[in-house]
Ligand binder design. Structure first.
Ligand SMILES: Cc1cc2nc3c(=O)[nH]c(=O)nc-3n(C[C@H](O)[C@H](O)[C@H](O)COP(=O)(O)OP(=O)(O)OC[C@H]3O[C@@H](n4cnc5c(N)ncnc54)[C@H](O)[C@@H]3O)c2cc1C
Length: 398
């Protein structure tokens, strides 16, 4: 694996860096307190949507997409560099569920009309998406979901409940999975829909987190009429469509980059004199813990580079267990970074919304939020199952 970027790629990185370094100075103060502030605070959401339009105008949201849909057919490594820079600067403006997840699905499985209708505004940073997949009794075992879609002329009528829908209270559209074959209990009877969140019959209820943050929602569908043309792929083939994001860069470089930035912020905190003149940075135990984090972050970055290398050579199947390993490693590493920060800060690490809160209280907030990253997008246990079966060749059951 050659870790060295070409001069063109280096120039691109510098362009991304200079943009985010300048623009992120305008972020509202709450932005720095939490990775999820964009959904919780009106000021952060406004900033996020403005940034999306700026990124869209530069063509940076759609770089890897085909030119016909506003993209530039850019190589995967360029998307990787962009994500690395975004993570480091805690950049705003990427609608992850739309740009990173839905767009590759549409490119692979959508029809021409759907691509033109949705990819163009997404690439311009004009629309924002959420993902209505999980249900109260269908999370890891998603294929058991029970929300029903019944054909009625040129529409489907949808009834059911979704849960843990990130950002549903902000989104313009959702992509959702519903059962179109009631006789089929597993993935074969599911279909994939694109739904305008303003459609009558949709109710979004907030699910406030323990710290009061509003990230999640319950979404209820009561006789929601969705045009049949909004189905992606064939009826009952929605599961296939939902799995078609494999050409998206899946290295978790964004999260490793977030870890690096958090660690650097923590080092800066340790350099500042504490009451009594004590310098944490001189404490051998503190130094030891920071060095350990630095080692793990570099190992994570190397893993991420190797994944994008495999993906760039077309090894999508080989990349799957590596991507699962990176998901476990990156999300658990973020926890270790924020846990370590909290231990180093002592009681101050638990303070927020106060002048005594170190680093705008970000370690306190992220201490709580980081646990959720082990679940969102597939739990650590499920990821380990993928590593053991696809990566190590162990039997799927015993
Ligand atoms: C931050 C965050 C954002 C999210 N955003 C969205 C969103 O936008 N849209 C959406 O639809 N959903 C979203 N989710 C929901 C997420 O997809 C589910 O939480 C996840 O799939 C797990 O489902 P569950 O919570 O029902 O847990 P369960 O599936 O009930 O799992 C409970 C425990 O059992 C373990 N377990 C389950 N099955 C196995 C197995 N086969 N082998 C070993 N262990 C197993 C799990 O690892 C877990 O520890 C989000 C969740 C989080 C935390």
């Amino acid at each position: 694996m050659d870790f060295k970027l070409t001069p063109e790629q280096e120039a691109l990185r510098e362009e991304f860096e200079s943009f985010f370094k300048t623009e992120m100075k305008n972020a509202p103060s709450e932005w720095w307190a939490s990775h999820e502030a964009m959904f919780a605070s009106d000021a952060c959401w406004k900033f996020h949507t403005q940034m999306a339009k700026k990124l869209g105008a530069k063509g940076w949201l759609s770089r890897p997409w085909p030119k016909a849909y506003g993209g530039q057919d850019a190589p995967l490594i360029e998307q990787f560099i962009f994500s690395e820079v975004m993570g480091y600067y805690k950049g705003a403006g990427i609608d992850a569920l739309g740009v990173n997840v839905l767009a590759p699905t549409l490119i692979a499985s959508g029809n021409e009309e759907q691509k033109m209708e949705h990819l163009i505004p997404l690439g311009r940073g004009e629309t924002f998406w959420c993902q209505c997949w999980s249900e109260p009794k269908a999370g890891s075992d998603l294929a058991s979901l029970t929300t029903q879609a019944v054909r009625d002329g040129s529409n489907y009528i949808i009834n059911g409940q979704k849960i843990w829908t990130t950002g549903a209270h902000r989104a313009d559209w959702c992509n959702m999975l519903a059962r179109t074959d009631p006789n089929e209990k597993r993935s074969r009877g599911l279909s994939f829909f694109l739904i305008d969140m303003k459609t009558p019959g949709i109710t979004v209820n907030p699910l406030h987190a323990m710290d009061g943050t509003h990230l999640f929602n319950e979404v209820f569908f009561d006789d929601v009429r969705v045009p049949a043309r909004n189905m992606v792929g064939e009826e009952n083939q929605g599961w296939m469509a939902s799995q078609m994001t494999s050409n998206y860069e899946r290295s978790m470089i964004f999260m490793f980059s977030v870890c690096k930035r958090e660690m650097e912020d923590l080092i800066e905190y340790c350099r500042e004199p504490r009451p009594g003149g004590q310098l944490l940075i001189k404490d051998p135990l503190v130094r030891d813990r920071l060095a350990q984090l630095a080692i793990e972050i570099e190992a994570g970055r190397a893993l991420a580079y190797s994944i994008v290398g495999v993906q760039s050579k077309g090894g999508l199947i080989e990349a799957a267990p590596l991507a699962a390993a990176a998901k476990v490693f990156a999300t658990e590493l973020l926890q270790r970074v924020v846990y370590t920060g909290n231990q180093i800060m002592g009681m101050y690490g638990q303070v927020k919304e106060s002048r005594w809160a170190p680093l705008q209280g970000s370690f306190e907030t992220n201490y709580q939020i980081s646990i959720g990253f082990n679940f969102g997008g597939g739990t650590s246990e499920v990821m380990r199952n993928i590593v053991s079966s696809m990566g190590c060749g162990l039997p799927r059951s015993w």
